[in-house]
Design a protein around this ligand. Sequence first.
Ligand SMILES: Cc1cc2nc3c(=O)[nH]c(=O)nc-3n(C[C@H](O)[C@H](O)[C@H](O)COP(=O)(O)O)c2cc1C
Length: 329
Amino acid sequence: MALMARGAEFLGSEYAILCGAMSWVSERTLVAAISNAGGFGVIACGAMSPELLDREIAATAALTTRPFGVNLITMHPQLTELIAVCADHRVSHVVLAGGIPPKGAVEAIKAFGAKVLVFAPTIALAKKLLRSGADALVIEGSEAGGHIGPVATSVLAQEFLPALAEDHIVFVAGGIGRGEMIASYLDMGAAGVQLGTRFACATESIAHPAFKAAFFRANARDAVASVQVDPRLPVIPVRALKNKGTEEFTAKQREVAALLDAGAIEMGEAQLQIEHFWAGALRRAVIDGDVESGSLMAGQSVGMVTREDPVATIIAELLDECEAALVRA
Ligand SMILES: Cc1cc2nc3c(=O)[nH]c(=O)nc-3n(C[C@H](O)[C@H](O)[C@H](O)COP(=O)(O)O)c2cc1C
């Protein structure tokens, strides 16, 4: 608890364990369950409209009195309106994901008193974002589910934590399946951790039973990163369980690259089309249970997800393992 104190105080939660926002999965039920169990839940705004986000925040607040956050994707065309919705609800923490925040975004969030969490791929960029007002950092390694960077969590932790953790709040994400791993990142100075995959199939998760069954069957090696087909099209890799959807994504990239070649679309539009593809495919898997051609975004820790447990049980297990490791050390 002492090692988590700084992170927990920052989040306003009991434990410095965030459930990272997962599009379609991190809605009111899971987010409220995480916060009610002492962790910190984060609503995934994803491609939601401001009206939908407004409803989701209100519904989440009706299910918990504890703090929770909202994750906004920086390339969302209505980012300004989404920030205004967060302001209306006096959201306490906003996580800006999916790229470097556009000018004014951090300031607009801080203006209504919320804390801002950002992702940073390099130490130089992390320092710049912290200087320009970001309150905390999430470092996320390539083991994670969803959109990923190229470097493993273990390496990012060794680079970022000694350089930044003493003076700043840094949360570590990616590949965390057990408490022993949490203990080691806390020991290195992390203020807390963020997990996604481990919580995706909790009892309170609305994910389709077929989506959960695919997670329970899968091993670490089944959670593969997507490949980039065209060197001009800087597609951010996505880690997901391999299925027919993985191949369909390759085909989609070829289609978008051809449109770029023909001058039919600009690069920004090309990237947006790719992101919309993911959002649609993820919805099909999570909500409709289409585990064949939908996107089963999952991290390499998926092999440690073997059954459906309530969020409180998962958190208790992680804390027990963490404590035992620290006592042994
Ligand atoms: C199904 C799924 C969807 C995700 N969607 C998002 C998202 O919309 N925004 C985001 O910032 N991160 C997203 N992530 C990443 C998680 O927030 C979290 O950082 C990640 O899962 C942590 O790594 P882990 O999966 O190894 O625990 C997603 C992850 C998964 C598994």
